[in-house]
Design a protein around this ligand. Structure first.
Ligand code: ATP
Ligand code: MG
Length: 339
């Protein structure tokens, strides 16, 4: 297996800087697929969790013990305050969070669960107005690595992203991108310009096909491999694919019975990045991603399984998370039997 080109540099304040959205996920379970209008429809369960792909990656990466600087733009409202409090618990640095000057609300996502399927309704709120003027470049550049999630939600920032990526590369950072879905299903804009600066692409299989405009994930990975040095494609319960140059590896999944799969992809990113910024073997990074992705599915939303330190560390140990000597090594905790 070839090593990842463009390894991150050492001696920086943060392992990873992330700029992106933060919001709460309001999750309703047990709804019928057909939802009539003008009727009171009852869910069987409800959870309110820290959501937003960028904030889930930042929260979970910090929970694993990486040092993370998280930049975001909030509204001055209760939902924003609660989301930020949840994020602060992870240990991520929030010193560069800014507030919108107008009355725009912090974004929110409502997830309606219908058995294995779900509807995802998002109000982007203050995030779609975040521009480069809201970001402190020196702060972003004080990390080994920069990660961007939810490209197509970063409406105001998007035109400035190619220059920002180039400037961060010149400052010696490596860069990862998880586009997540394009709500407009166009898969264009600055995306292809950004790929020229990306060291690590983290799509799911469907997104890889749409980005590369190919029918199968294998074809998409070959097409993208000439442009991006390392691509980890997330394949849900089938695990992940890792493409480095001409080399394709299949990383088998961890077998779990999910509560829900919200944020599993973001949690995969967190596990992968934890190893990546330490210069680990990419196969180990992808194995770590499968473990943290699976962990995420065992509790509601994308962050709950990471908030419970004993639950998290027991699962990581049970499944041989490949990176030891972590800052949060709870090796004295008892094994939990329910996995
Ligand atoms: N049912 C499952 N069983 C085991 N592992 C899973 C399951 N679902 C997800 N995972 C793990 O989580 C990773 C990411 O999941 P998925 O492919 O759903 O990402 P995604 O579509 O990007 O998710 P997101 O909705 O967070 O954007 C998978 O690669 C796998 O490692
Ligand atoms: Mg995803």
């Amino acid at each position: 297996m070839p090593q990842i080109p463009n390894m991150p540099s050492l001696e920086k304040r943060f392992d990873v800087s992330i700029a992106g959205e933060i919001n709460l996920d309001l999750i309703l379970y047990g709804l019928a697929e057909e939802i009539p209008v003008e009727r009171e429809v009852l869910a069987t369960d409800f959870r309110c969790t820290l959501g937003g792909s960028s904030s889930i990656v930042a929260h979970n990466l910090a929970s694993l013990g990486a040092s993370v600087g998280f930049s975001t733009r909030l509204g001055k409202d209760e939902l924003g305050r609660i989301a930020l409090e949840r994020m602060a618990e992870s240990g991520a640095d929030l010193s560069e969070v800014v507030y919108a000057g107008d009355a725009t609300s912090t974004g929110v996502t409502v997830l309606l669960h219908h058995g294995a399927q779900r509807r995802i309704l998002t109000y982007p709120g203050t995030m779609s107005g975040m521009s480069r003027a809201d970001l402190n470049f020196d702060y972003l550049a004080s990390a080994k690595h920069f990660h961007l999630s939810s490209l197509f939600l970063q409406k105001a920032l998007a035109p400035d992203l190619p220059a920002l990526f180039r400037d961060l590369k010149h400052a010696g950072l490596t860069i990862s991108l998880d586009t997540n879905d394009d709500p407009d299903n166009v898969w264009d804009g600055v995306l292809h310009e950004l790929l020229e600066c990306v060291d690590l692409l983290l799509p799911n299989a469907e997104e890889a096909c749409r980005i590369a405009r190919r029918d199968t994930v294998e074809e998409a990975l070959v097409a993208l491999s000439s442009r991006v040095p390392c691509i980890a494609a997330k394949c849900g319960p089938a695990g992940a694919l890792l493409q480095i140059g001409d080399n394709l590896s299949r990383i088998p999944p961890i077998r779990v019975t999910p509560v829900d799969t919200i944020g599993a992809g973001d949690s995969f990113d967190a596990g992968f990045l934890y190893g990546y910024v330490r210069g680990a073997d990419p196969l180990d990074c992808a194995t770590a991603g499968n473990i943290t992705g699976a962990l995420s599915t065992l509790r509601s939303g994308g962050t709950e399984a990471f908030r419970d330190a004993e639950f998290r560390e027991s699962f990581l140990r049970k499944h041989h998370f490949p990176f030891s000597n972590r800052e949060h090594d709870y090796s004295s905790l008892s094994e939990l039997s329910q996995f």
